[in-house]
Write a protein that binds this ligand. Structure first.
Ligand SMILES: [Zn+2]
Length: 427
């Protein structure tokens, strides 16, 4: 094992205790990862929540299940539907303590209920392949163990915490992200348990992202006898898509990806409906405004055509995450904890998004890749390093211990933070 350079006996004892927990963590990971819990598998996601509620007894904390409103979805035929989501689970302890830490992890995976990838297999002694083992069930195990270790320490009274296990991150947190502004107000910082990069480094700045659906409607007509009476919804969508895609390359850092299209039916009928979905990535809120203005211009052009309409659904669910000075300091704290464990951690920018974007947008400095070390997430080749269960739990435990021991956390005091007793009462 790497030589530790910790500050005191308490830190050393805590890290040693975590090192004895590797087998227990592996069992917990198997339990969680083999629960089939794609975002729209409500029963599966709720089963994860029930399992975590059981585990929470070890932390001797308060518990609350939160019903999530359904997600509005435009289906492939252009109809607006509502899809039910699982419940969120909130755990919290000592909301009156001087330092307040928010922890977040999602319970859903990208693998639908009927996906064949539902079991864990070994790739090497230390490497397993399985659904959500890295993203993010390994991170849940890490978070629990770090808190369990912290709760064994005599520093408890210095630090209170709140966990949100959300059911909908993999579809952009459409419902749970509405909880973040209130959460951000009652905490000093956020710790999120997405996996680190495959090389062990952590994510710093993140691009923002928007998901959109667009539907064109025209007029059906017989393709031979009355073609002139038809209004072709596919042609209108083609024009929209081309104009949209032409926006690529006009602003540094903005990418637009038309990713799905469906419309029409029999080829002897002028098609009256077409649906298309696209994703946009941006680096700043100015770029969001620029994209919205450009898209509105293209929409207005299509809508001005005779008997053709186009409607847009969706929006920028993830704001860009730019590292504030407080967030930079938090990164430095995490780096110094990593150094004590023999880990040299770098923060790298990424085009990917997660709840760290939404928390940063709500003003909460956060580190969002404190989960396990793994890779090829969102694919059947997803893998993680089992030994990172121990090292990453030690990293998080050390972060909590150092926050609790810190003399001065003034750098984390934020304008937006106001934890009045009223708010404490209803949190
Ligand atoms: Zn994830």
């Amino acid at each position: 094992m790497t030589t530790l350079t910790v500050n005191n006996d308490l830190e050393a004892q805590t890290l040693e205790w975590i090192a004895t927990q590797q087998q227990v963590m592996q069992q917990d990971l198997w339990t969680l990862a083999e629960i089939n819990s794609g975002s729209y598998n409500v029963a599966g996601v709720n089963k994860v929540a029930d399992t975590l509620a059981q585990w929470s007894k070890k932390l001797d904390c308060e518990l609350e299940f939160i019903d999530m409103p359904p997600q509005d979805v435009v289906d492939d035929l252009g109809q607006l539907n509502q899809k039910p989501l699982g419940r969120a689970l909130r755990l919290f302890k000592r909301p009156q303590a001087p330092t307040q830490v928010f922890l977040c992890a999602h319970m859903d995976t990208v693998f639908p209920i009927d996906h064949p990838f539902q079991k864990i297999t070994y790739l090497e002694d230390d490497v397993i392949n399985g659904p959500g083992v890295a993203d993010l069930k390994g991170g849940i195990v890490v978070m629990f163990k770090a808190l369990e270790a912290f709760e064994r320490s005599p520093l408890q009274d210095q630090l209170g915490w709140e966990i949100l296990f959300n059911p909908d991150e993999e579809i952009g947190s459409p419902s749970s992200s509405k909880l973040f502004p209130a959460i951000a107000k009652r905490h000093h910082l956020g710790l999120i348990y997405e996996p680190s990069f495959a090389d062990g480094n952590l994510a710093g700045a993140r691009k923002g992202s928007g998901n959109f659906s667009v539907v064109t409607r025209g007029k059906a007509a017989h393709a031979g006898r009355e073609h002139h009476l038809g209004r072709n919804a596919i042609r209108a969508m083609a024009d929209f898509t081309r104009a949209l895609d032409d926006l690529n390359g006009q602003q540094q850092g903005v990418t637009i990806n038309p990713g799905f299209v469906q419309g029409g039916g029999a080829v002897n009928i002028v098609p009256d409906t077409c649906t298309m979905r696209f994703n946009i990535r941006i680096e700043s809120s100015d770029q969001q405004a620029w994209c919205e203005a450009q898209i509105n211009t293209i929409l207005a052009d299509i809508n001005s055509r005779d008997s053709l309409t186009i409607e847009l659904h969706g929006g920028f669910g993830r704001q860009p995450k730019q590292l504030s000075p407080a967030n930079q300091q938090l990164c430095e704290l995490v780096q110094s904890c990593g150094k004590s464990l023999g880990l040299s951690l770098e923060f790298l920018p990424t085009g990917g998004c997660c709840d760290g974007n939404n928390l940063a947008a709500a003003g909460l400095p956060n580190i969002d890749t404190l989960g396990v070390q793994g890779g090829k997430i969102h694919s059947q080749d997803e893998y993680m390093h089992l030994s990172s269960l121990t090292t990453r739990s030690q990293l998080s435990a050390l972060i909590l211990l150092r926050l609790a021991q810190a003399d001065d956390l003034a750098w984390l005091q934020r304008d937006g933070m106001h934890r009045t007793s009223m708010e404490q009462a209803k949190c």
